[in-house]
Design a protein around this ligand. Structure first.
Ligand SMILES: [Zn+2]
Length: 363
C-alpha cells in the first residue's frame, strides 16, 4: 500500500525546492522569463526524480497571474497557482497514459484540445508514462503537434523515451532528468523527519534511500509506511523487515533470468542494481539463499516445512513454481558458482565481473 502523504505534503511548490536538477531548472526558467515556450516538452528519467513535479511547476509558472515578467517562480498565491496546488485547475489536464488507453480517452483528448483555455493563458496537458500511449493516442497527439493551437502545451513524462515513436521525439523539446544522489535523498528524508517530529536512526534513513533506487517518491512513501508501522520511530531493524519483502521481488526477477537462461537480461539486471547502489555482496547472499530454497523444494516439496519461517506463503507459492522450472544439475552448478562469487566479490576490481562471468559461462 503506497503511503503518499509525505510525497504530497512536501512536493516542491517552487523551482528552488527541486532537488538536483539545476541545469533543467535553469533552462526552463530562462525560457519562462524570455517567453520562449515550446508546445511540447519531453521529460525523461528514472522513477521519482521529479519529472511530473517539474511539469506541474512549469504549468504553474506559465499560467500564474501574479508572476512578474522578469520572474520565473510561480507566485503560489493567485487563483491559478492555488487551483494547481489543490489539483482542481481546469486548464491543467493530467493524464496517466498507463491507465487511459482506450479509444474514448483519445477522443476526449482530441476534443479537449480544440477548446480554448477556460481561465488561463495556456491549456496544459501533462501526460505521464507517455511511452504507454496507444497508437491512436500518438496519432492524435502528432496531429496536434504538427499545427499546435497557440494556447496548447504538452508535457510528456516517461521513464522509457526509446519507446516513443521518432515522429513524436522529433517534435518535442527534450529534458533528461538526472538520478538523485543518495545524500540528497537522505537529506530530504531527514528534513521531513524533523518537521514531522519522527525519531530516526541515520542508518535507517540511508537504507530507505538505498532501497528506493534514486527515487524520491518511493523513499518518501517508504518513510511514511515505516513511520506508521513503528509509531514514528524509524529504526534500521524496522526498515530491514519492511524491505525484506521488496528484496524478494528483486531477487525473484534475477532468478527468473537464470531460469530462462536469458543472458542479456541477466547481464542488464546485474549492472542495473549495481548502478542503483545495491551492495552486490548482500545481493549475492540473497540469491544464494533463494536458490537454496529452490533446491530444497526440488529435493522434496515436503521440505517446504523447513522454509516456512523464512518465507511468506505467497513467496512459498512462487518458490514452488520456480522449482519446477530448474533442473537439479543446473541448480547445483549455479549454487556452487554463487558461493565462489561471494569470495571473489572481495577481490575483484570490477564488482559486476564475477556475476558476468558466471552468466556468460553457465546460462
Ligand atoms: Zn500565481
Amino acid at each position: 500500500m503506497p503511503q503518499l502523504v509525505f510525497y504530497r505534503k512536501y512536493r516542491p511548490q517552487s523551482f528552488s525546492e527541486v532537488i538536483n536538477q539545476k541545469n533543467i531548472i535553469k533552462t526552463l526558467s530562462n525560457a519562462i522569463v524570455g517567453g520562449q515556450i515550446s508546445h511540447a516538452y519531453l521529460f525523461t528519467g528514472l522513477r521519482g526524480v521529479g519529472k511530473t513535479t517539474v511539469a506541474r511547476l512549469l504549468a504553474k509558472a506559465l499560467n500564474c497571474k501574479g508572476r512578474k515578467p522578469n520572474e520565473f517562480e510561480p507566485c503560489n498565491k493567485c487563483e491559478s497557482c492555488e487551483a494547481i496546488k489543490n489539483g482542481n485547475a481546469l486548464d491543467l489536464i493530467e493524464i496517466d497514459a498507463a491507465s487511459n488507453r482506450g479509444i474514448e480517452d483519445v477522443r476526449s483528448l482530441r476534443e479537449n484540445i480544440k477548446f480554448q483555455p477556460i481561465n488561463s493563458k495556456y491549456k496544459i496537458f501533462i501526460i505521464d508514462e507517455a511511452h504507454q500511449m496507444t497508437k491512436e493516442a500518438f496519432n492524435a497527439l502528432l496531429k496536434t503537434l504538427e499545427e499546435p493551437p497557440s494556447y496548447v502545451i504538452f508535457i510528456l513524462a516517461t521513464t522509457e523515451p526509446d519507446k516513443l515513436p521518432p515522429t513524436i521525439l522529433s517534435r518535442v523539446e527534450r529534458y533528461d532528468f538526472k538520478k538523485l544522489n543518495l545524500d540528497d535523498i537522505i537529506d530530504c528524508l531527514k528534513s521531513i523527519c524533523k518537521k514531522e517530529k519522527i525519531k530516526f536512526e541515520d542508518e535507517a534513513l540511508r537504507l530507505i534511500a538505498l532501497y528506493s533506487e534514486g527515487g524520491l517518491r518511493d523513499a518518501q512513501s517508504l518513510l511514511g509506511q515505516i513511520s506508521l508501522v513503528t509509531n514514528q520511530n524509524i529504526t534500521k531493524k524496522a526498515v530491514e523487515e519492511l524491505v525484506g519483502a521488496i528484496n524478494f521481488e528483486k531477487v525473484k526477477k534475477f532468478i527468473n533470468c537464470l531460469a530462462k537462461k536469458d543472458k542479456e537480461k541477466a547481464m542488464e539486471f546485474i549492472n542495473d542494481i549495481y548502478d542503483e547502489g545495491y551492495d552486490l555482496e548482500v545481493f549475492n547472499k540473497e540469491v544464494l539463499n533463494y536458490l537454496r530454497k529452490i533446491l530444497l523444494l526440488k529435493i522434496s516439496p515436503s521440505l517446504g516445512k523447513v522454509l516456512e519461517k523464512e518465507a511468506t506463503s505467497e513467496e512459498m507459492t512462487i518458490l514452488f513454481k520456480q522449482a519446477q522450472v530448474f533442473d537439479t544439475p543446473y541448480l547445483e552448478k549455479l549454487l556452487k558458482r554463487f558461493i565462489d562469487i561471494q569470495v571473489q566479490l572481495r577481490r575483484t576490481p570490477i564488482p559486476t565481473l564475477p556475476f558476468e562471468l558466471c552468466i556468460s559461462e553457465e546460462l
